[in-house]
Write a protein of this length. Structure first.
Length: 99
């Protein structure tokens, strides 16, 4: 994890984009990914793929299970979108900075 953090710091130091714009771009990607993840989780429950909704509703705590299921899928999608968005922003910034 330390090597990844060092790589991110080197990339940020070499980029001409300021930190606030980078943070806004990554936060936007995180929100879009999280909302798509929540929609995907709700669609999985609506379609009842593999009788997932039936299993959740007949568990010991169905409300908590639904909240955890939707929130974890949403966080998973959001984190993936944030990493991808960060990569795209840095790549685009480095590409446009080349002579």
């Amino acid at each position: 994890m330390g090597a990844f953090a060092a790589l991110v710091l080197v990339i940020l130091a070499s980029s001409s984009m300021n930190d606030r714009k980078l943070l806004q771009a990554v936060a936007l990607q995180l929100m879009m990914g999280a909302s798509l993840g929540a929609i995907f989780a709700l669609l999985l429950l609506a379609v009842d793929a593999q009788h997932l909704l039936h299993v959740i509703l007949h568990g010991s705590a169905p409300t908590q299970t639904l909240i955890v299921f939707v929130s974890f899928i949403s966080m998973y999608f959001g984190f993936g979108a944030a990493i991808t968005g960060f990569h795209f922003v840095i790549s685009e910034n480095n590409f446009s900075a080349r002579p």
